[in-house]
Design a protein around this ligand. Structure first.
Ligand code: NAD
Length: 285
């Protein structure tokens, strides 16, 4: 029997409904609501799409959204000066740096310059540290989105074999800590696992499989354990189609639950960005 489709949109809608109500009551209580500021350096087609989506999502929820643009020629210190100003501005709740940034700009350093209590993406080392310690309300949007998907399926992670393929700072690493916090027996696979040829062995053990690599069809359908829950974070363009990292057709026959690509993790990430913004507002007040 094919696995149940784990779609992100209905979960995002539920979170948004709750956020809308919460934002209204925060506004009534504090006389103003959260404000998210996005910084864009230079022009980039993919960040233009993200910005459009963020603006729409924010405004629908009653979060003020402002875009600060800097020219392609902006220097590291120009951007740091802007971040400093936003950090000091009490009217600004949260700041997001749109990626990619032009050559010569150190994005990682900039993310570290954003005050931890204005860090909309949960990527400041202080916020990442809270995940390690197991107490956090904001976090990297994609990793948080994966946890929401797992929770929506009411899966009990305690003692389960979880395998995360991909160990990036924005997805794989924080996610593996979140799974550990829930007492999943967590294995993290990465490029070296692949190069050593032992990726299938690990994947075959997974009761919970999360893949965030960016290689279409990396995970073969017959590697998926019967009854596994499969979350495919990958986004790959193949011809005119967007596909994930997991061979969907074969995997969906074996999995108990599986995310579609597109339509699984993706629709949740912007919603989590908004939730982070609201959490930061509450922290600041
Ligand atoms: P990344 O490039 O930073 O990291 C890729 C990871 O895959 C690394 O840990 C690398 O070691 C590992 N890897 C590479 N080849 C491998 C192999 N053969 N076997 C095992 N591991 C291998 O990528 P990222 O930023 O974490 O993104 C991963 C994917 O998720 C991309 O397709 C990206 O577009 C997608 N993504 C989706 C969302 C979303 O909202 N749905 C958000 C962020 C990223």
């Amino acid at each position: 029997m094919p696995g149940i489709l784990l779609e992100g949109k209905p979960i995002a809608e539920k979170i948004k409904e709750a956020l809308k109500t919460e934002i209204e009551s925060l506004k009534a209580k504090h006389g103003r609501g959260p404000k998210l500021v996005a910084i864009q350096i230079g022009e980039n087609a993919s960040s233009a799409v993200y910005i459009k989506n963020q603006k729409k999502a924010a405004e629908l929820l009653g979060i003020e959204y402002e875009l600060k643009t800097l020219p392609e020629s902006a220097s590291q210190s120009d951007v740091e000066a802007l971040v400093g100003k936003l950090n000091d501005d009490r009217a600004v709740t949260a700041v997001i740096l749109q990626l990619p940034v032009p050559k010569g700009i150190d994005a990682k350093k900039l993310v570290n310059e954003i005050a931890p209590d204005k860090d909309a993406e949960g990527m400041h080392p202080a916020n990442l540290g809270h995940i390690l310690l197991g107490k956090f309300r904001i976090g990297p949007c994609t990793a948080m989105a994966v946890m929401e998907l797992l929770e929506s399926a009411k899966v009990n992670l305690y003692g389960k074999e979880a395998v995360v393929v991909g160990h990036s700072e924005i997805v794989g690493k924080p996610l593996s800590l979140m799974l550990l916090n829930k007492f999943a027996t967590t294995t993290v696979c990465h490029i070296a696992t692949g190069e050593r040829g032992v990726l299938p062995e690990h994947v075959k053990q997974a009761e919970i499989l999360v893949v965030a690599v960016g290689k279409a069809g990396l995970i073969k359908g017959d590697w998926v354990k019967e009854g596994a829950m499969v979350i495919d974070v990958g986004i790959n363009r193949v011809g005119d189609k967007i596909v994930g990292d997991v061979e969907f057709e074969g995997a969906s026959k074996r999995a108990s639950h599986i995310t579609p690509v597109p339509g699984g993790v993706g629709p949740l990430t912007t919603t989590i960005l908004m939730r982070n913004t609201v959490e930061l507002f509450k922290k600041q007040h």
